[in-house]
Each structure stands twice: as C-alpha cells, then as structure tokens.
Ligand binder design. Structure first.
Ligand code: SF4
Length: 333
C-alpha cells in the first residue's frame, strides 16, 4: 500500500484554492446522489457545511466498537447527516470501483505481509515488479530467514531503501519461523510485534488475507477523509477510530479500498480531478482541483485514464472492467 505521489500535507490550507460549487447536472451517478442530497451555494468557506441531507432518518450507529471514537461533525452538519453522507460516498465509490482490491500481488498471507512492508516509500507497482523474483527464490519464511542478506538486497534494490527493507523482511521471517511456526498470525497484537510491521501493515494483512475488518489509514485515506470532512484528526490512529465510528465494522476493509482507489485515480494530492469526479455533489472540497471536465479527464490515472494498473496479476473483476495488468519490471525498463 505504498505511496504514488508525495503527500507532504500538500493540500493543506496554505495551497487551497477558493472552492467552486459542485456541478448540479452530472452524469447518472451524480444525478442519483443529487436526488437525496442538496449542495449549498458556491464559494462558501470550508467550515460551513456544503452538503446537507434532506432527510436525516438513518440511525446513528449504536455504541461504537471499543476503539472507535465518534467524531464531531463539521460545523453546520449534524452527526446523523455526517454518517449518512459518509455512507453515501462509500456506496457511490463502490459503484465507481466495483473491482476495488489490494493493489499488491500476493498468493498467501506471507507474501502479502512482505509486500506490504516493502511498499513503504515506493509504489505498489514497483513492489509487484520486484516480489516475483523474491518469492520464487524464497517462498517461505524459513527460506527468507536463512537467506544471504546480500542476495536479498540485490533482489530488493528496485524498491528503494533496500538494505533496511532486507533487514525488515528477513527479521519478520525469522520471527515468524521462531515464534509462530512459520505461519503469519491472524491477530493484530501478534502482527504488530513483528519487525517493521505497524498497524497499517497489520490491517492490510488482516483485512485481505484473513477477512478480518480493518481500516487502512495510508496517505490517500488521510487526505480524502479530511477533504470530505469526515474527521479533522491528523493522527492515523485517531483517524482510524473516527472513521471507524461512521461505518459498520463489516464495511471497513472495502471502504479502505474504495477510498484508496479514489485517491490514486481521481482525488490526487496535488491536482484532484474534480471535474471528472463522480462524487462531486457529495464533496465539501469540490473545486480544490481542476473543475473543467475535459482537463479533469486528462488527470485520471490507471484504468480510469485507460492505463495499466499496478498489479501484474489483477483480479478477474478488474480485467473484466477493462483494467490492464501492469508490465513486468524488464518491460518497464
Ligand atoms: S476529486 Fe474533487 S470533488 Fe472529487 S472527492 Fe476529490 S476534492 Fe472532492
């Protein structure tokens, strides 16, 4: 779940452009959203809610799970309206990205764990282009723990920070071998004890290899939930708790994929493609990026822009939707 573009707090207030009103006549999806939601007038400052639900009948989730914390809704928006709007955005994104998935290639929990650790400070694409050679040579934790570090470094060189990453993946392989019988544990508290494994990595593994719900707060997730005013928290763990309180636990893993897909394809850090964004009518930050539909279209990435994705072996649903596999390392230069 590596980074595609620098975050650098880039979209923070200092660089923010004045907002424009979200388009009132949008393609089908937006029209559907607009039926239940009205967007308030243009160029209001961010703190004034720009999206208000007409009916606020949805129940606020019952007592939040232990670690979740109900966030304060943005000024002018009730807690119920915030929950409704957040869930509506997630439903819209589910329609835009029905094939959303983790963008790291993996065939088992061990591969996903290693790939996620390797994805720090680089793209998932680069990791996917690197791991086939690694897993062909060292398919199990035992194999990787006993490897020659120099050989592993050579394989991992394209991922950047290859010496530190070699230490991490060999260290976690050793811990898996010695403490968990060569298996990746399926519990958060065990995963975060492994060298180089934090909560983000642990939730990626739990959500995608064990089917246990988790929210992945990466740089895209942080940026988008702030743009949507789901929370004003900046600490990843607090964001996780605040956003977790807006959704049922069963939604957490796919919510993470939807948000991250949207951040990588449309709602970029520096130039969000607002004019081509299907959830514009629901977004308080509409106008932060390019609003001209033609210019915005040119900013779209991966399958939304007609380009290959990040996975060399994407899920069938992605291919069925017209997505293309990423090229292997050699073909990419
Ligand atoms: S692209 Fe623009 S309209 Fe769409 S979610 Fe991002 S900021 Fe909002």
């Amino acid at each position: 779940m590596g980074e595609q573009e620098p975050e650098g707090g880039g979209e923070a207030a200092k660089t923010r452009k004045p907002r424009k009103s979200a388009p009132s006549a949008k393609p089908a999806k937006a029209a559907k959203a607009a039926k239940d939601v009205k967007v308030t007038k243009a160029a209001r400052p961010r703190k004034k809610a720009t999206v208000v639900t007409e009916k606020a009948t949805a129940a606020v989730p019952k007592a939040s799970p232990a670690k979740t914390v109900a966030p304060e809704p943005p000024k002018g928006e009730s807690r119920t309206a915030l929950v409704r709007r957040a869930r509506r955005i997630n439903r819209e994104l589910a329609e835009v990205y029905p094939y959303a998935h983790p963008e790291l290639d993996f065939e088992n929990p061990f591969q996903l764990l290693v790939a996620t650790v390797l994805s720090a400070q680089t793209t998932d694409l680069r990791v996917n282009q690197t791991t086939p050679a690694l897993f062909a040579r060292y398919p199990t934790p035992e194999d990787l723990a006993a490897a020659d570090p120099e050989h592993v470094e050579e394989i991992l060189r394209p991922c950047g920070f290859f010496r530190a990453k070699t230490k991490s993946v060999m260290g976690l392989s050793k811990a898996l071998t010695e403490e968990f019988g060569g298996e990746v544990p399926g519990r958060l508290e065990d995963l975060v004890k492994l060298p180089g494994v934090g909560r983000k990595t642990a939730f990626v593994v739990l959500g995608n290899a064990f089917g246990r719900p988790g929210i992945t707060v990466d740089t895209h997730f942080q940026r988008l939930v702030r743009r949507w005013q789901w929370t004003e928290e900046t600490d990843p763990e607090k964001i996780e708790a605040a956003v977790g309180a807006l959704f049922p636990k069963s939604d957490w893993t796919m919510l993470s994929h939807h948000v991250i897909f949207h951040g990588r394809r449309i709602c970029h850090a520096r130039k969000p493609a607002c004019g081509a964004c299907p959830i514009a009518p629901l977004c308080p930050a509409y106008g932060e990026g390019e609003t001209d539909p033609e210019k915005a279209k040119k900013l779209l990435k991966y399958e939304k822009g007609g380009f290959p994705g990040q996975r060399l072996k994407p899920p069938q649903a992605y291919l069925d939707a017209g997505g293309k596999p990423a090229p292997p390392l050699r073909a990419n230069g």
